[in-house]
Design a protein around this ligand. Structure first.
Ligand SMILES: [Zn+2]
Ligand SMILES: [Zn+2]
Length: 358
């Protein structure tokens, strides 16, 4: 990080703000204000968006969960995909080297479509991106096939706002399997629908690219997630059709899905909570390896507007490295980063004392 390149890429943060009470009024007023205004208004580094901020006032109603309603179409498709992916593992040794490289590139590309795209850009608005980058991200996101960006972001904002309640689409209190994949195999809890439909999504409704993807989602995912990854190795370097389909389409798709799901399951169950010991999301470096930087989940739930989704920048965080490279090219800007002082204050106030610095 201290290299010349690092300084060049990181040198253009436009926002790293620690906000104290505004300098107005008399000195007496100022002193009064400082008693009531928190020292760090952390959320105000991104005043335009509040829909991903945790709302502790929402609590589950008493009573048992409604009976599970299985969505058999999803159960069958998921089972077939995972069987196909397992077969893909067997085929790996018989693939050409170019196919391995291509499948890995598709893994990172579609991973970024989720992490840098649906997550940090569209759900949290933690940085801004110019059109060429947004185009890349929407294509990459379509290759990842995890519902369109609009739906993904609505679910994700609900996850942050109503974490670990019935209005959280993948409520981790319902167990590892439910928060990993089970939530996609059953009908949504009524609270998810009710609270989700009330979220302000006007920013994405005004985003032509996001709405275009939503409108043409089915043909787009067929093309980007399955047809293109199959045809490229087969056509360009003579890979067998079966290897192309099972390795670079099915296996790569299933791996990215599971890595993303681990953020909702493992990173809500296993790991330390150095920033807030009162919430379930945790710091999990292993998840960060697979999910290209999204495993610093205790931090992320405390500071959802931080573009790095971590206190750190490039530490096990390929997504932040990618966004910083895009910023160096002028394609990403206005990266929100929480100030060190605000982070330390929070560690001191609510952390579990697992960090050396605390
Ligand atoms: Zn979470
Ligand atoms: Zn998030």
């Amino acid at each position: 990080m201290d290299t010349k390149l690092g300084r060049l890429i990181s040198g253009s943060y436009s926002t790293s703000t620690t906000i104290t009470a505004p300098p107005s009024g008399s000195l007496q007023n100022e002193r009064e204000k400082q008693k009531t205004v928190p020292l760090y208004l952390e959320e105000d580094i991104r005043p335009e968006m509040k829909e991903d901020i945790h709302d502790p006032s929402y609590q589950d109603e008493e009573g048992p969960l409604p009976k599970l309603e299985y969505v058999w179409r999803n159960i069958i498709l998921m089972a077939l995909l995972h069987l196909g992916a397992l077969y893909g593992i067997i085929l790996i040794p018989s693939c050409k080297v170019y196919t391995w490289i291509f499948a890995i590139l598709c893994y990172y590309g579609s991973g970024l479509g989720i992490t840098a795209g649906a997550h940090r850009l569209w759900s949290h608005r933690s940085y801004k991106a110019r059109l060429p980058l947004r185009l890349f991200l929407i294509l990459a996101n379509t290759m990842a096939f995890q519902n369109d960006v609009y739906e993904w972001s609505r679910d994700h904002r609900a996850h942050h706002k109503f974490t670990e309640t019935n209005a959280d689409p993948h409520n981790s209190r319902r167990g590892f399997f439910f928060s990993h994949v089970g939530w996609l195999l059953v009908r949504k809890h009524p609270a998810v629908k009710e609270k989700g439909s009330k979220l302000d999504m006007s920013d994405l409704e005004a985003d032509k690219l996001v709405m275009f993807q939503r409108k043409y989602y089915v043909p787009s995912i067929l093309l980007m997630c399955f047809i293109l990854p199959t045809l490229v190795p087969w056509y360009y370097w003579g890979e067998t059709f079966v290897n192309s389909l099972y390795v670079s389409a099915f296996l790569r798709y299933a791996v990215v899905l599971n890595c993303t799901w681990l953020v909702n399951s493992a990173a809500h169950i296993y790991g330390y909570r150095p920033y807030d010991k009162n919430i379930e999301p945790r710091e999990n470096v292993l998840v960060s390896v697979g999910a290209v930087g999204e495993g610093f989940h205790n931090y992320h739930h405390v500071f959802p507007y931080d573009y790095s989704a971590s206190e750190y920048r490039w530490y096990v965080n390929f997504t932040t490295f990618f966004i910083d490279c895009m910023a160096a090219l002028g394609l990403a800007y206005d990266r929100k980063k929480v100030s060190k002082a605000a982070v330390l204050a929070r560690i001191k106030r609510t952390g579990d004392r697992s960090l050396k610095s605390s």
